[in-house]
Design a protein around this ligand. Structure first.
Ligand code: HEC
Length: 155
């Protein structure tokens, strides 16, 4: 009986160890939250991009929803999702570069840029595919310029 208990404990140990490791990072939830916000924007941007490239037919409701989602998420993004200490190599799964915390004003400007670009997309999304195409590079550029400075590329 004792042996069985010991065996069960031994089997559970690796799982417990990895749980402990996860639980140790105070930034685990925050990193997950910002990834979720980013991934949702990427999904919505993808829908708009497909319309801009005429890969999917223009549909006002779909386009407007995608643009509204991006605008809503842009309004949520702030330093709240980027607490000091949550950079790459310090927090698990983080690809955020330390430059965010040395240039917080510039990082804030990139967030403002995203909000501005998203509002142009909201206006265009209700019109037609060519209007979406017209503001697509601006919005994609808002994502890209921040990533270039503040996100470590995944290998
Ligand atoms: C203000 C800066 C900023 C803007 C603007 C921005 N991002 Fe990000 N994004 C980041 C940072 C920093 C990371 C890395 C976060 C991390 O790994 O913890 C990231 C990560 C991502 C990821 C990877 C998520 C993952 O699971 O690893 C995707 C996808 C992404 N962004 C999409 C977008 C899209 C699409 C836009 C524009 C609509 C955008 N981002 C705008 C800063 C930004």
């Amino acid at each position: 009986m004792k042996k069985l208990v010991l065996l069960a404990l031994a089997a559970a140990l690796p799982a417990m160890a990895s749980f402990a490791q996860e639980a140790e990072s105070p930034f685990a939830d925050t990193v997950e939250i910002r990834h979720g916000l980013m991934l949702q924007m990427a999904a919505d941007l993808g829908k708009l991009g497909a319309i801009a490239k005429n890969e999917t037919p223009y549909d006002a409701a779909t386009a407007s929803k995608a643009a509204a989602n991006i605008a809503a998420i842009a309004s949520v993004i702030s330093m709240d999702q980027f607490p000091a200490g949550s950079e790459v190599d310090a927090a698990p799964d983080s690809f955020a570069l330390p430059a965010i915390w040395t240039n917080p004003d510039d990082f804030a400007l990139k967030i403002t840029g995203l909000n501005d670009a998203a509002s142009f997309m909201v206006a265009a999304a209700g019109k037609d595919a060519s209007s979406i195409k017209g503001v697509m590079a601006n919005l994609g550029g808002a994502c890209g310029s921040c990533h270039k400075a503040y996100r470590q590329p995944e290998e």
